[in-house]
Design a protein around this ligand. Structure first.
Ligand code: G3P
Length: 259
């Protein structure tokens, strides 16, 4: 896992399409990923949820309410039932009847043409998706080809994946509200299994990035609390972030060109 280099060999932060091109198409659907692939991002970012029949589908929320015409927990439905839902109309009429997709469908479509930044979660507080995920990525040859990073807010999930496979790079996502939480004790623990940390842009400054870099941890930034994501992107890139989970791919790419 390395920061990317531009044509002149200068390193630049990685452009990670948060939930696909989620500003132009319904998040985590095929059109959102297609646009991001066409924009040649470094990674497609996505969230896993497990269905009642143990299939791995791409959806951020635990429930269907916000991004489909269904209701209730994703985990209460089989894939066949979920495939009947409209996962596009909430975003715009243009995407009416877009379907929820599985991780395997996305991989079948793009294979090693792109890279995947995949978020795991505990299911009912249990480790359930880790083994099927690693099996799928292994079967598709994506781990060997270095096409995948796995991220999670759950340390348990990442530690389980590390047990199953030592070569897939892992990123520990954090929800800390203060820089003080990046203690030496926490850092020591993360280094046992992770290559990087994900955190909100509000905590990013030169000093924190330096501390994480000195510990060989890369820094990936998301923008939940940013009033102005674009100016925050510019700022965190300037202070040395290794990657941004962008909701504005074209803007992020324009920053790379001008830097
Ligand atoms: O994926 C990185 C960061 O955006 C995590 O937050 O809630 O979008 O999965 P979320």
């Amino acid at each position: 896992l390395a920061v990317s280099a531009d044509k002149k060999g200068k390193t630049r932060p990685e452009v990670i399409a948060h939930r696909g091109a989620d500003d132009r198409a319904p998040e985590e659907t095929m059109p959102a990923f297609k646009l991001a692939v066409e924009d040649k991002v470094d990674y497609l970012e996505m969230d896993l949820r497990q269905t009642k029949d143990n299939k791995l589908v791409l959806m951020h929320d635990s429930t269907l309410n916000r991004t489909t015409n269904g209701k209730g927990d994703v985990s209460r439905y089989t894939l066949k039932q979920l495939k009947k839902l409209d996962a596009g109309s909430w975003f715009s009429k243009k995407y009416k009847n877009e379907r929820i997709i599985t991780l395997e469908e996305l991989i079948n479509r793009y294979g090693s043409k792109t890279k995947y930044f995949i978020e795991t979660r505990l299911v009912d507080n249990k480790l359930k998706m880790e083994e099927p995920l690693i099996k799928l990525l292994y079967k598709k040859g994506l781990i060997k080809k270095k096409k995948v990073v796995i991220e999670s807010f759950s340390a348990m999930s990442l530690q389980e994946i590390h047990k199953l496979n030592k070569s897939v790079p892992l990123v520990q996502l954090t929800l800390f509200k203060s820089k003080k939480d990046f203690t030496n004790k926490n850092i020591k623990e993360w280094k046992k299994y992770a290559v990087g940390i994900g955190l909100d842009s509000s905590l990013i400054d030169k000093q924190l990035i330096k501390k994480l870099h000195q510990n060989n941890l890369k820094v990936y930034v998301f923008f939940f609390n940013a009033k102005n994501e674009k100016s925050e992107q510019k700022r965190v890139i300037n202070v040395g972030a290794d990657g941004v989970f962008t909701n504005h791919i074209n803007y992020t790419k324009s920053l790379m060109k001008s830097s």
